[in-house]
Design a protein around this ligand. Structure first.
Ligand code: PXG
Length: 440
């Protein structure tokens, strides 16, 4: 790196980062255009994970830049407590049009974590409003990532995210087993055939806790952060059926899958299972301005609209819920996605990604490959006694090979921008093949 231009790195405490390692071996991203980032030393790298699943339209979209600039000039901030501004209503209506039928009320937050907490609160408030105040328990799932709010780490199932903060976690929570069993599904293409029966564990949790204590089940339709764990055929349908039978709300956390990643607006539509709420963030603004939210089925919303009409129905909200600049960015991003038919494009690119990903099967250290939509993960066998070291080495070699890869544990994940060309995707996997061959 060109140290003459390096800023002082000491003050920024970086999130989910090995800070000391980074500060000794920094990689700074200084520009982004299309599907590529430019690093501090001038090298260009392909953005293999669309930022952190945020930028399906690629970087530097002039339509979003123009919309944000115009919004800042016209109305840079306006409160949404007891007053409103048009863009928040327009974006909510647009998101409702993208969502499955019946899910048409939108609560805004600034991040996925806040959106998860909002959804859990809405679930509990809904049952309370119906006189079911005992329904406070939340069922999450092992290996789930629902962000880092107290609700998210409680329902989440990633042990390291919970370990230190156990004392803060919500008390009334239980977890379904995750669905990943390599012995049954190694090298699956798309949804594994095995595993629907794991949804039956929900019946056991209901027998244990009693349905009358359970407010909601929250799952990512495809578990992204933990390495593209694809739902078995029939699994989500079963969860839906069991929840409906027991009056339990089903929440899909679509922070990663929302807005096209699986080749449909939401995973709910791609997988043909309709939840009661959808949590979203990330791609709604193409990652440009923080924004998240919850799309709520109308009757859940309506159940809370009671009492005199001057009553505040839900004691919950953020200063920046429906921030005008975020909403302008969201409207512009969704407009581009519609106009350029980018979700269809993601769907068309998916078989190429599948074929290219699975073609790496015989490469050194590859233990498993999984994919769905425009996302894939490659598990590497860990170096003995050094978990994570091999994937970190792949990340470093990746930069030399022109790839910004995402690694977590010994898993590499790719989820390229929808604007990628077929050639971009083939080049990414060719470079990745070279990276795998260089690993020791
Ligand atoms: N739910 C899900 C399903 C997520 O994937 C969040 C909630 C939290 O969103 P915020 O905006 O609060 O970070 C997420 C975030 C990765 C990666 O490498 C994934 C996320 C964040 C950072 C990295 O897969 N997902």
């Amino acid at each position: 790196m060109n140290t003459a231009q390096t800023p002082d790195l000491s003050s920024f405490w970086m999130p989910f980062t090995a800070n000391r390692h980074f500060k000794h071996h920094p990689h700074l991203i200084v520009a982004g255009q299309g599907a590529y980032f430019t690093l501090h030393d001038g090298r260009r790298v392909f953005d293999c994970l669309s930022g952190l699943w945020c930028t399906p339209l690629g970087h530097g979209r002039p339509e979003i830049t123009d919309a944000v600039r115009a919004q800042l000039a016209e109305l840079d901030f306006a409160p949404t407590f007891q007053v409103g501004h048009p863009k928040a209503f327009e974006l909510a209506s647009r998101i409702a049009r993208w969502a499955p039928d019946g899910l048409n009320r939108v609560f805004f937050s600034n991040s996925g974590s806040e959106a998860v907490d909002s959804a859990l609160k809405i679930a509990i408030a809904y049952h309370q409003a119906r006189g079911d105040a005992r329904r406070v328990r939340i069922i999450g799932r092992e290996r789930a990532y629902h962000g880092v709010g107290i609700g998210g780490i409680s329902a989440g199932g990633i042990a390291v995210n919970r370990r230190t903060f156990g004392a803060l976690a919500a008390p009334f929570v239980d977890h379904l087993p995750h669905t990943h069993d390599p012995a049954q599904m190694r090298f699956s293409r798309g949804q594994p055939a095995w595993g629907a029966h794991l949804a039956d564990v929900l019946e056991r949790l209901i027998a244990l806790h009693d349905a009358s204590t359970i407010a909601a089940v929250i799952v990512e339709p495809m578990q992204g952060s933990t390495g593209v764990i694809v739902p078995p055929v029939g699994y989500l349908d079963k969860l839906r059926e069991i929840c409906t039978r027991h009056g339990i709300l089903l929440i899909f956390d679509e922070v990663i899958t929302g807005f096209g990643r699986l080749g449909a607006n939401f995973a709910a539509q791609r997988l043909n299972v309709t939840p009661d709420m959808i949590v979203f963030a990330k791609a709604v603004t193409n990652g440009t301005v923080p924004l998240g939210g919850v799309i709520v089925e109308q009757s859940i919303h309506d159940a809370l609209m009671h009492g005199p009409d001057q009553t505040i129905e839900l004691f919950h909200g953020y200063t920046y819920s429906g921030h005008p600049v975020a909403c302008a960015a969201g409207l512009a991003a969704l407009e581009v996605m519609e106009r350029e038919r980018l979700i269809e494009r993601a769907r068309d690119l998916a078989p190429i990604l599948e074929q290219e990903a699975h073609a790496l099967r015989e490469e050194p250290h590859v233990a498993d490959i999984r994919n769905i939509g425009l996302a894939a993960a490659i598990d590497l066998t860990p170096r003995p006694g050094a978990p994570g070291a091999r994937a970190r080495a792949a990340f470093e070699h990746g930069i030399d090979a022109g790839l910004l890869l995402r690694f977590t544990g010994d898993t590499l994940a790719v989820a390229p921008p929808f604007i990628s060309s077929e050639e971009d995707i083939c080049r990414m996997f060719a470079a990745l093949r070279g990276v795998l061959r260089r690993l020791d």
